[in-house]
Write a protein that binds this ligand. Structure first.
Ligand code: ADP
Ligand code: ZN
Length: 215
């Protein structure tokens, strides 16, 4: 099973991908996570990507497709892939087709998470994660039970993404509309697109996705 989660920043792709990994033993391939890891490790790719990401613009198609190629090469054939944040341009969609063929895979579904745009800025500008275990929190919607302490692991360190400020978020939305949304017709022609209401609770959204994966 190979699926793409598509949707604007803040739609919940990463949250849902984590749940699919836990429930179905699939692997999440998030180019955003890979790039943030590269920035942290100060690799050549990371040094090139940092300023671009901080502005909310897109890193080059060649860089992200090379990251995906390496991940697919390292994955057991039987493990399903969840693409999260990739592809983001028409060129990346075509590169993904080539990479899947190269690694003996095919795309089963593209799931578009539909969300109300006003909710996105609110979701993104308040979000933060546990620095140790990655559990997600929110200033207004999901504070830890004890202030400053992670519910899951007890850590007292949290982090926020530098690109989660309002100005950059609005720019990321614009980039989504102009560069990423136009890849939907490419997948629609192949009959691969299903839509899920991303405004429900996290569990409701997971159930809708599970129903799609099951049939
Ligand atoms: P979000 O979906 O919340 O915007 P991501 O973590 O997917 O966040 O991406 C963060 C940033 O990383 C993007 O704004 C972009 O700069 C870069 N990035 C991630 N994936 C890609 C990609 N497939 N192509 C180009 N740039 C990417
Ligand atoms: Zn934690």
């Amino acid at each position: 099973m190979n699926i793409i989660l598509l949707g604007p920043p803040g739609a919940g792709k990463g949250t849902q991908a984590h749940r699919l990994v836990a429930q179905h033993g699939m692997r999440q391939l998030s180019t955003g996570d890979m790039l943030r890891a590269a920035v942290k490790a100060q690799t050549p790719v990371g040094m090139e990507a940092k300023a671009i990401m901080d502005r909310g613009e897109l890193v080059s198609d060649e860089i992200v497709s090379a990251l995906i190629d390496a991940e697919l090469a390292a994955m057991p054939d039987a493990t399903g892939a969840i693409f999260d944040g990739y592809p983001r341009t028409r060129a990346q969609a075509e590169q993904l087709d080539e990479l899947l063929a190269k690694h003996g895979r095919k795309l089963d579904r593209v799931i578009e998470l539909q969300v109300d745009e006003d909710a996105l800025v609110d979701r993104i500008t308040g979000r933060f994660t546990c620095a140790k275990c990655g559990e997600g929190y929110h200033d207004r919607h999901k504070q830890p039970a004890t202030e400053g302490v992670c519910d899951k692991c007890g850590s007292t360190e949290f982090k926020r993404r530098p690109d989660d400020n309002e100005e950059t978020v609005r720019h990321r939305m614009q980039v989504y509309r102009s560069e990423t949304a136009p890849i939907l017709p490419y997948y629609e022609e192949q009959g691969l697109v299903s839509r899920v209401d991303g405004m429900g609770s996290i569990t409701d959204v997971t159930e809708s996705i599970d129903a799609l994966i099951a049939d």
